[in-house]
Design a protein around this ligand. Sequence first.
Ligand code: SF4
Ligand code: SF4
Length: 326
Amino acid sequence: MAKPKVAFYWCASCGGCEETIVDLAEDILKVVEAVDIVLWPVALDFKLKDVKAWKPGEVAVAFINGAVRLSEQEEWVKLLREKCSLVVAFGSCAHLGGIPGLANATTRDEIIANKYLRAPTVNNPEGTVPQEKSKVNGFELELPNFWKDVKALDEVIDVDYYLPGCPPPFETVATAVNAILENKLPPKGSVIAPEKALCETCPRNESKPDDLTITSFKRLATSTPDPEKCFLADGFLCMGPATRGGCGERCINGNMPCRGCFGPTPDVLDAGLKMLSAVASRGAADTEQASQDFADSLVDPLGTLYRFSLPVSMLRRRLVPTGDNQ
Ligand code: SF4
Ligand code: SF4
C-alpha cells in the first residue's frame, strides 16, 4: 500500500520548528518508514514546480511553520492548502504569529530604514533599499511584496489543526503524526495540547499563595529566580496562568518563567490582557506613585505579555499615522 505523503514548509520563522523534526533523531527513520516526505526545504531539494505538479489532495498533510509576511509565502501556503488534505499550523509563529509577529509593533518603513539605512554596520551611502521591481544589467528582477503586517497562518489559509510551542515538543509531533496515520483525528480546529493552564501541572504551583500580592516586578537580567518558588510569588512575570499546558514545563524546569509560547487556554480570548488583568488585581500599590512604580517595574510589557501572540491578539498591531506604513 502506498505510504501517505507528508510535506513540511517554513515561512517567517527561525528554523527551530525544523529542529523538532531533527530532535526525533533515529525515530525519524520510523517516520520515513511510515510516510513519504515529499517537501522539506530545510533538508531536501524540492522546487515550486514539483509542488505545482501534485494533484489536489494528493498529499495527506502539510506541517507549515512560521508566520506569513511575504507574497511568496502566501503563494506557497495557498498552493499547499490546495494540494494537501490537511494543514497543520506547526509551532507558535504559524499558530499565533510568534516572535516575528512582534514586528507589528512597528512599521514596514521603520523596519526597512533600520535594516538598510540606520544599522551601525550598514555602509549604504546611496541609501539603496529593496524594491519589488528593479533592473540590473538589462535584467528585470522581482522581489516578493513585504506586507505591512505579520499574519498567523489561519489569517491567510484555512487550517485544520494547530501544534503549539516554540518549538513544539517532539512528543506532540509524534502524537499528531500517529493520529493522522491511524485516522484518529480530533475535531477540526483543535489545538493538539491540553486545555488546562500550565500552572495546573507546574511543579512550583504549591508555592503560589492564594493571597498572592505583587509589589514590583524583578528582571531576569538583574535577579536570579528562587528555583523552588512560583515565579509570580517571587516577583517575576510568568504567563503560566494564561497559557496552555503540555510543553513539559520546559522553561520552568530551566528556571525561566513561562512566556506563553503554547498560546492561551480555550477560555482566554487574549492572553496578554488576561495576564495584565491578573497582575493588576494582585498589585499591592496604595498610592498613585506606588501604582506608577509598579507599572514601570514591568519593563517591555508588550514584548512580555504578547511575545508570541501579538498578530492574533485584540491589539493585533500598533496603530500608526496614515501613510506611515505604506
Ligand atoms: S505562575 Fe508560573 S511558576 Fe507559578 S505556578 Fe504558574 S506556571 Fe508555575
Ligand atoms: S514554559 Fe511557557 S514559554 Fe516555555 S515552553 Fe512551556 S508554554 Fe512555552
